[in-house]
Design a protein around this ligand. Sequence first.
Ligand code: ADP
Ligand code: MG
Length: 476
Amino acid sequence: MQWEVVIGLEIHAQLATQSKIFSGASTAYGAAPNTQADLVTLGYPGVLPVLNQDVVVMAAKFGLAVDATVAPRSVFARKNYFYPDLPKGYQISQYELPIVEHGHIDLTLDDGSVKRVGITRAHLEEDAGKSLHENLDGKTGIDLNRAGTPLLEIVSEPDIRSAKEAVNYMRRIHQIVRYLGISDGNMQEGSFRCDANVSVRPRGQEEFGTRTEIKNLNSFRFVEKAINFEIERQIEVLEDGGKIVQETRLYDSDRDETRSMRGKEEANDYRYFPDPDLLPVEISPEFLAAVKSAMPELPQAKADRLIEQYGLKAAEVEVLTASRAMADYFEAVAASADAQLAANWVCGELSGALNKDNVDITDSRVDAAALAQLIQRISDNTISGKIAKEVFAAMWAGEGGADEIIAAKGLKQITDSGAIEAVVDQVIADNPDQVQQFRDGKDKVLGFFVGKVMQATQGKANPGQVNQMLRDKLKS
Ligand code: ADP
Ligand code: MG
């Protein structure tokens, strides 16, 4: 039997505000436990939540970015459940009236086709605290610093059809929230994570199969692996004549498997109701217009523009627009150097060095102005592209700017034809057999001669001149 996979993702993006969603306590990561838990966070009686306006702006930006409806009126609701890391006994979320609805994003698939994934809704809510078990001598500690941190929960339609597509979708959402500057997207710190809902159905069947939900996936790799494991597991159960139980599962990355966490029968009845402590959020057309006018250029628009403006290829542009910082860096280089060379270098040597040393582009050891200078030296024939890689490595190692290194290491290209001619004549004189081969029509031997000349000049002879001169002399 042929199975079709159906996936819907619920992504939690932590919003990049200074203070919490309903109080002035700091949201900075990594502080000592409970130092950022004020009275509102602790749920003391008599205190009232006050909505942080920044989260409304951020949610509205997201809504506009995914072509969604930003609701003129949305309502906070209490989601009631008991857990030690939730001091109030309820989480403030949005339920029936979320701030964002009916959006979509377009994914480019491997075969180049475009696939639209619907975004059902995105709603604002507060995060819970954290239970700590390590180094506590068998006890459990509660850290409420994270409680009250603003989250945007982004819920997709069940439009996704493979683990790979799920990762593609999640990467695009990640890219968008980072472009918008509404989340730092830091997955190690839990600022960007997702729950994956997975089911399978016989191909051709309209009705969805029963789904399971894999909770709290915090890396793209885990999303792909957990979903693939779950697909295999469900197919195996069904092919053995069993039934899928609707349940919540956890992914164990050490064992690369998902395990049941709780079944539907244990599912909570959250008794949602509108929070009487908070007013509905009303967004006027003027407010929305102001948000719209402050929107940055989004990834797709930027990619289209880079192709148009610099004549680059789609594959290069995808690398260059991976983040706003990357695109800004490229444009800063291209402002004073050849754009195609700038693209080659940013996608090639620079990306390689950043990856190798695990450095973010914003902390690059070679800044845009320095890379532009290096590229100018290729364009004006001071050095060859090959020597430039050597210069770049020295720049990356902190040995100085391009001009400085070229001078200090004596790497300036030899363009003086007299000097090149002397070497060319010597190489021809030293290799009579190869000369004969060339004259017998074996054109490929030219490469041998070029190599010899380059070797003799430590790669500094201008390759164009060398080629031309060798051809002329070998023919005569
Ligand atoms: P809940 O209220 O339990 O979270 P929702 O109906 O809001 O459930 O759906 C949550 C997520 O599950 C959404 O992303 C949705 O697209 C997805 N989903 C719903 N039904 C299925 C299914 N049969 N298979 C896979 N995903 C599904
Ligand atoms: Mg859910």
